[in-house]
Design a binder for this molecule. Structure first.
Ligand code: HEM
Length: 412
């Protein structure tokens, strides 16, 4: 199979459901391969790492537009103003407008909140009678409450963001079927209008009555000129909110699914023989919530792993494949939380390296440090299979039904 067919296969329902066999084929093609139409496919770990950090490559607005016109779509207009797709010099000021909260010190200050929210959600889970959907009851709620707390979004308003986030993040998915893409864009546009209205009102409220939260601090950044106008402020608040929970939700879901598949790791977490931070790194490597990222060559003269990349070339980075590169990891398909020096590329790299990486790791470490001990019998709900979302960029579960005492349910 050549690289172009491989990209096509990845976008089919089968490729989205299980991209890993295709990644193995990609590694046989080599770390970098031309994939036609000005596109280059990168799957090697070192090649991906180099492309992410290469100053001659930048964020690719195509990552959110996929060729559609932002002027026609509120969702694409909003996402096009976000730091995710900005390049120098704009990227630096957009990132500076929000970075303070996500430094090591900023995230350490959030630990108490993360622990409190986790314990409260586990208390709620304890009260569940029979099977419960882990995605709904825990995986969505923990990161959503944490990021909403930092932003000062009231509890009553939080549930609605789940639907908005799913619709807006769908625009990041490359579509093989234009009709599906159009339908997805219509939903994303409706969500963008609602999110815009919500944040515009919230900004007005914080201007009148400042708080100790991210919206207030980004308002100061706007007043200091780091953000150009209210559209830019709203777009970057929205990006932060969406990036803040859609991704971590799937780290938690993918992690629990892996624990069910590896009961020895579950007991190792419980008795302390498997380190929880090693477990979280291995979930990130083995089944990354973000599978793809993009770059574009900003000028001539750039090459990746020896392949020249002319200006304007789009570069598709298979982060999930890089994390399973046999040249980087021994026995890459084996789930092994004791690997040394793992450093998966799941949070990207270079100027756009995930701003929330420390926070996501903190949330997952607190959650997986508690779940196996708090519920020693936690297991998959009998007769209710987990369902995967039909997505390739954000890989995770639509539902993951669990019972708190699988032994009791099985009649043991
Ligand atoms: C497991 C959870 C997460 C994963 C796997 C993840 C992954 C990523 C990836 C792959 C990128 C693009 C990096 C690149 O292209 O080099 C990114 C960017 C970003 N992430 Fe995350 N992320 C996660 C959680 C979070 C959280 C919790 C937040 C915020 C609270 C966040 C905020 C951001 C922001 C703002 C950017 C854009 C950074 C920039 O363009 O400068 N992420 N993330």
């Amino acid at each position: 199979m050549d690289a172009q067919s491989l990209v096509f296969q990845l976008l089919t329902p089968e490729g989205r459901a299980d991209p890993y066999p295709l990644y193995a084929l990609a590694h046989e093609l080599g770390p970098v391969s031309p994939a036609g139409d000005g596109l280059i496919l990168v799957c090697g770990y070192e090649a991906c790492r180099q492309a992410l950090r290469e100053p001659g490559m930048g964020a690719d607005v195509n990552l959110v537009t996929w060729g559609a016109d932002p002027a026609q779509h509120p969702s694409l207009a909003m996402l096009s103003r976000s730091l995710l797709v900005a390049n120098a010099p704009d990227h630096g000021r957009l990132r500076a407008s929000m970075a303070q909260m996500f430094t090591a010190r900023g995230v350490a200050a959030l630990e108490e909140d993360v622990v409190r929210i986790t314990d409260a959600l586990l208390d709620d889970l304890q009260r569940a009678d029979g099977a419960v959907d882990f995605m709904d009851a825990f995986a969505f709620r923990l990161p959503a409450h944490v990021i909403c707390d930092t932003m000062g979004i009231p509890e009553a308003d939080r549930a609605r963001f789940r639907g908005y986030a799913a619709d807006l993040m769908a625009t990041l998915e490359p579509a093989s079927d234009p009709a599906c893409h159009e339908a997805g864009l219509a939903a994303a546009d409706r969500a963008a209008v609602e999110v815009d209205r919500y944040f515009t009102d919230l900004i007005r409220a914080r201007r009148a009555d400042p708080g100790d939260d991210l919206v207030t601090s980004m308002l100061s950044a706007r007043d200091e000129g780091l953000l150009r106008d209210d559209d830019e402020l709203v777009a970057n608040l929205a990006s932060l909110l969406l990036a803040g929970f859609e991704t971590t939700t799937h780290l938690l879901g993918n992690g629990l699914r892996l624990l069910f598949e590896h009961p020895d790791v579950m007991s190792g977490l419980r008795d302390g023989t498997v380190p929880v931070d090693g477990f979280v790194e291995e979930v990130l490597r083995h089944d990354s919530p973000v599978q793809l990222s993009n770059r574009v060559a900003l000028a001539d003269g750039v090459s990746i792993a020896g392949l020249p990349v002319p200006a304007g070339t789009h570069v598709l980075l298979l982060l999930g494949a890089a994390n399973r590169d046999p040249a980087r990891y021994a026995d890459p398909d084996r789930f092994d939380p004791t690997r040394d020096d793992s450093r998966p590329l799941s949070f990207g790299g270079g100027a756009h390296y995930c701003l929330g990486a420390l926070l996501a790791r903190l949330e997952a470490t607190v959650a997986f440090g508690r779940l196996p001990t708090r519920f020693p019998g936690l297991g998959p709900a009998p007769g209710a299979a987990p369902t995967r979302r039909d997505r390739i960029v954000l890989r995770g579960h639509a539902s993951l039904p669990v019972v708190l005492d699988a032994r009791e349910t099985a009649g043991i």
